[in-house]
Design a protein around this ligand. Sequence first.
Ligand code: FAD
Length: 347
Amino acid sequence: MTLNIAIIGAGIAGITAARTLANAGHHVQVFEKSRGPGGRMSTRESNFGTFDHGAQYFTVRDPRFSLALQAVPGTTDICRPWSANAVRVLDPLGHVFEAARASKEAHFVAKPGMNALVRHWAEPLGKAIHNNTQITRLERGTKGLWTLHTGDHKFTGFDHVLLAIPSVQAVNLLKASGKDAADAHWLKAMNAVEVAPCWTMMVAFPNATQPNLHIGPQWNAARSIHHRIAWLARESSKPGRGKVERWTVQASAAWSAEHINDTDARVQAKLLRAFAELTGIRAEPAHTQVHRWLYAKTITPLGVSHQYNPANGLGTCGDWHLGHRVEDAFVSGLELALAVCQSAKRL
Ligand code: FAD
């Protein structure tokens, strides 16, 4: 049986599910609240070049993810290895106390920015993707078909609705949709999922643009045990990016949670000070911006790849089912779509 399927969320989980279901012959529409696909694989533009202010890179362990990266036309041109496996671990004064470990695992980035992979995979879906469309409520009609509400608009006639959004947002949407959607078992399990926030800072130093002139350290990526900063990476070291010296800095989960309601200006001042301590770069950046991710990194996952109820047509997917990595989101979206395909064959 061919199904009419709505997918909420155009991150890698939602787009993977959408492509799989469309390739199996189902009618798919994707609803995304922001300006375009990508989700937390996101790229921020600035006058000095781009920043990957969400996911920094991805790794590939599941053969199905590897196959998709190889087999979807054009993807191998977009995804490139990046030498983040030479990551150092820094003490709070910026000293390397654990030397670079040569990991055998390749680290990949999409070029020209991390959002390019999902945008490329979303292209064949064309007008089936509704950007700038935040779904606020679901409603099940008498014939069992779902309607999606945005507040001032509605989309009707869906056999299935798949939520490919962060766990807290999925819980809120299911609760806002009344008893037909708010399955008590699902909500109990989803409430046990823990996700940490992350303050992210982006800085650019356009005066250091001559070839091979770096200001600060000679390494390009580091983890740190500084209480404010957990990760720093030189954006300009990634393939396909501009040469202007640019850094993306991620605050630790604990510090981000502690400062979750601070103003941008206060967070920026504190992270800039910690950045200078770790890198020795004390020059004033020409560009500084911070971004607060409320749902950045899964701490406690759901423990199953997806949830799906063929009886009412609801499903959930996303990284938080399995872990905190891009690949977890891909696997979750794929396995939910395959479960829907199996069920549709039996109808
Ligand atoms: P998302 O990418 O969050 O997609 C969900 C989409 O749903 C979003 O586009 C959102 O706008 C949309 N949405 C939400 N609610 C609604 C609604 N009601 N209506 C319509 N649309 C809605 N992973 C790695 O592998 N390596 C890393 O180095 C790494 N670093 C990270 C650093 C940071 C700061 C962050 C935030 C994440 C990082 N991750 C990393 C995690 C990785 O980005 C995620 O695991 C992955 O992108 C999640 O994909 P997803 O499709 O499950 O969810």
